[in-house]
Design a protein around this ligand. Structure first.
Ligand SMILES: C[S@@+](CC[C@H](N)C(=O)[O-])C[C@H]1O[C@@H](n2cnc3c(N)ncnc32)[C@H](O)[C@@H]1O
Length: 224
């Protein structure tokens, strides 16, 4: 049984990217000081440019979790669709695409506001041997994700946290029944993600959800 994440090319790229991301610390603290509180859509672009050099990736164990969830969910499917909010340099995207590769195909649509990051992510995906499975869309998720090639099987929310709920509401009509919605950083940014968590933890809104104690907090929801 294949396990692309163990192959030399993706492993080499991921090792390099995670090592580079280890240097995020001081720049990340400065960014958080600058943009604490509510981030509306217009501020999102300013904050993204300020973070143009900052990786802010999912933790390695969260990457593994994304691989496992995607692989389990899309097994036996040849037209699976994974959508990601917040590409950065492509670390999470590599995990998502590796799972689709091992299941025989599918598509990751991912989006990034910062053009230089999106280009770097494309190069990293190519180096990992996964570029053919991924559509990296440059621009604001509220525009770039309006047009999707099918219904969503797995949605990863990993852009600015205050935008999780409005973006989910935009994409809700495109979620397949049984789709998984994974939200990163929900413990670290509990205040910013409260509206989102209230929404997906109320079954009246059509979700069942649970919190997972990975890194800065993962919330996992299934669309009923
Ligand atoms: C936490 S990082 C993503 C990390 C990435 N998922 C990984 O694991 O490597 C968040 C990214 O979301 C991007 N972003 C924020 N708001 C966005 C928006 N409205 N549309 C597209 N990208 C956005 C930022 O520029 C930033 O690079």
């Amino acid at each position: 049984m294949p396990a692309t994440l163990l192959d030399d090319a993706p492993r080499t790229v991921l090792n390099r990217l995670f090592t580079a991301a280890d240097q995020d610390g001081p720049a990340l603290l400065a960014l958080r000081d600058q943009f604490s509180g509510e981030v509306d859509v217009s501020q999102a672009a300013v904050a993204a440019e300020a973070a143009a050099e900052i990786y802010m990736p999912v933790a390695p164990e969260v990457g593994q979790l994304l691989y496992l969830l995607t692989r389990g969910l899309t097994r036996g499917r040849d037209a699976a669709l994974v959508v990601e909010f917040g590409t950065s340099f492509g670390i999470s995207t590599i995990h998502l695409a590796a799972a689709l590769r091992d299941n025989g195909g599918g598509r990751v649509v991912t989006t990034e506001l910062v053009e230089t990051k999106a280009h770097a992510a494309r190069e990293n995906l190519a180096e990992a041997g996964l570029a053919d499975l991924v559509d990296v869309r440059i621009g604001d998720a509220f525009e770039t994700l309006r047009d999707l090639p099918g219904s969503i099987d797995l949605l990863l929310l990993d852009g600015w946290n205050q935008l999780y709920l409005p973006l989910l509401r935009l994409l809700e009509p495109s979620l397949a029944p049984g789709a998984l919605v994974v939200a990163d950083d929900v413990t670290l940014f509990a205040e910013e993600t409260r509206g989102y968590l209230d929404h997906v933890h109320d079954p009246a809104n059509g979700y069942l959800s649970t919190a997972l104690p990975f890194d800065d907090g993962i919330d996992l929801a299934i669309r009923l």
